[in-house]
Design a protein around this ligand. Structure first.
Ligand code: NAP
Length: 457
């Protein structure tokens, strides 16, 4: 995959970049490792000052940054700006809370025959982050902010189609005051990841991306006995029961499916409607999806921009065509528009059977599958009929049903009467083939720490 900025709205190659050489990779690791030896001793107050200054810059530059995000991966300018501002929030959150999150954990010294006993969080060292293009700043910041506030240093290998966003992040953090080489962007292809991860000076890795990428990084890290966090795919259910506020559920369902042009791991992808409200749900959902304006992502009237890559658009198109050929019913969309760029319309598909690939595969685009269920048991069964377990959404005003969904859905997250959103304050991650480990919240900063047991006689 070339390292290049290619405008998804036009298909035009805007700028290409040369991958770092082996010598440059080696030098970057050496610099990161050297920096860690001093950076780990900086105070929380000092790191917080740099993180807050970075947040100030992210806010001040949000319009320009949004334009860059939109240029490289096609989301609308409004959502790109919201992403830049969310990154500022992420830095501020860890600036404010890191010290308390990583405070010593006291134990009762008498019970362990000590005069003092406690757990102390210490940084691991150089952490490699392999990141995806879909939230090109936020995905990287939710690693960078906690990892650096904990005293680690970072090397970012970003997706090859967002090189300018990757360079911007290292630049803005340097301008925020983080010392040289605390956070480096390395422009390399995925084939360079193994060499970096096997380097003894690299202590750990985090990867957000596809299952194959997660399998590869997880296997190498396992071989090297290095900790990893893997945030992989998802095929999140969005269940609607008869007691739900249907208008709110439909409006939210549309947003939940087409956010980021459907290219979000936590986008709702499978809509599961109780038979009592199924027809009404499908009719209004289809109307909502058809009403969206697809077009130039820099136009403020646009709801849905292009997909980020040509191969991504082609894959979504093939998934829809295969489902239709196997007997599924396309209720709206399903036809690639005749225009330059990698556009695909909001699409709703029903009558999907278990033998279709669409029943199990993740669709990374604005395509919704809708299922009819007779009761809550079948709703939970279909919700769990996936190898993924990232997040889930359930709409019901019945408290007993809410508890059943909270307990019964196999996922890292469950949102009742809402849609999944990542918040710095809440843990984020999955189970099953959606990965392991958690980002964000106190859990996210502790992932890249050594919880050292201290026992003093
Ligand atoms: P991808 O191909 O796996 O790319 C993600 C990152 O991994 C890129 O930096 C990519 O580099 C790198 N990579 C790819 N193959 C690799 C390998 N074998 N070894 C090491 N690194 C490798 O993912 P994508 O298709 O662009 O992104 C979509 C996927 O990410 C979806 O499945 C989505 O659900 C998932 N995702 C998950 C989360 C989450 O938090 N759980 C969030 C966002 C996205 P190159 O670009 O150079 O190939």
């Amino acid at each position: 995959m070339p390292i290049a900025t290619i405008n998804p709205a036009t298909g035009e190659t805007v700028q290409t970049f040369t991958a770092a050489s082996d010598e440059e990779v080696e030098a970057a690791i050496a610099r990161a490792y050297a920096r860690f030896t001093s950076y780990r001793h900086t105070s929380f107050a000092q790191r917080a000052q740099w993180a807050n200054a970075t947040a100030d810059l992210l806010e001040a530059e949000a319009d320009q940054t949004a334009a860059l995000i939109t240029l490289e991966m096609g989301k609308t300018l409004a959502s790109a700006k919201a992403e830049a501002l969310k990154c500022a929030k992420g830095f501020r959150y860890y600036a404010e809370n890191a010290e308390a999150m990583l405070a010593d954990e006291p134990a009762d010294p008498g019970k362990v025959g000590a005069s003092e006993a406690y757990g102390r969080y210490q940084p691991l060292g150089v952490v490699l982050a392999v990141m995806p293009w879909n939230f090109p700043l936020w995905q990287a910041v939710r690693f960078a902010a906690p990892a650096l506030m904990a005293g680690n240093v970072g090397i970012l290998k970003h997706a090859s189609n967002v090189p300018q966003c990757a360079l911007y992040l290292a630049d803005v953090m340097a301008r925020g005051g983080f010392p040289d080489d605390c956070f480096q962007t390395l422009l390399v292809g995925s084939s360079a990841v193994e060499r970096i991860l096997r380097d003894p000076r690299v202590a750990a890795a985090t990867l957000t991306g596809s299952e194959p990428a997660g399998q590869s990084v997880g296997a190498i890290a396992g071989d090297e006995i290095k900790p990893t966090v893997l945030e992989l795919g998802g095929s999140d259910p969005f269940i609607v029961m008869p007691s739900a506020d249907l208008d709110a559920a439909v409006t939210t369902a549309v947003t939940a499916r087409v956010q980021n042009c459907g290219q979000s791991c936590i986008a709702a992808k499978r809509f599961i409607a109780h038979t009592d409200i199924y027809d009404q749900f499908v009719d209004t959902f289809v109307a909502g999806m058809q009403a969206l304006r697809v077009g130039d992502p820099t136009d403020p009237d646009t709801d849905v921009g292009p997909l980020a890559t040509e191969s991504g658009r082609d894959e979504v198109e093939k998934q829809v065509e295969d489902a239709a050929a196997a007997g599924a019913v396309i209720r709206c969309g399903g036809q690639r528009p005749d225009r330059p760029g990698w556009f695909y319309p909001p699409t709703v598909i029903t009558d999907i059977s278990k033998d279709m690939a669409l029943y199990t595969d993740e669709v990374f685009g604005p395509v919704a599958s809708v299922y009819r269920v007779r009761d809550i048991d079948e709703a939970i069964e279909i919700a769990n009929a996936t190898t993924f377990g990232l997040s889930s959404n359930a709409w019901t005003r019945d408290a007993t049903e809410q508890r059943r969904f909270i307990d019964g859905i196999e996922a890292g997250q469950v949102f009742i009467n809402g849609m999944t959103v990542s918040y710095p304050e809440l843990p984020f991650g999955g189970v099953k083939r959606s990965g392991y480990g958690r980002e964000l919240s106190a859990q996210g900063i502790r992932e890249f720490c050594n919880l050292k047991t201290v026992w003093v006689a």
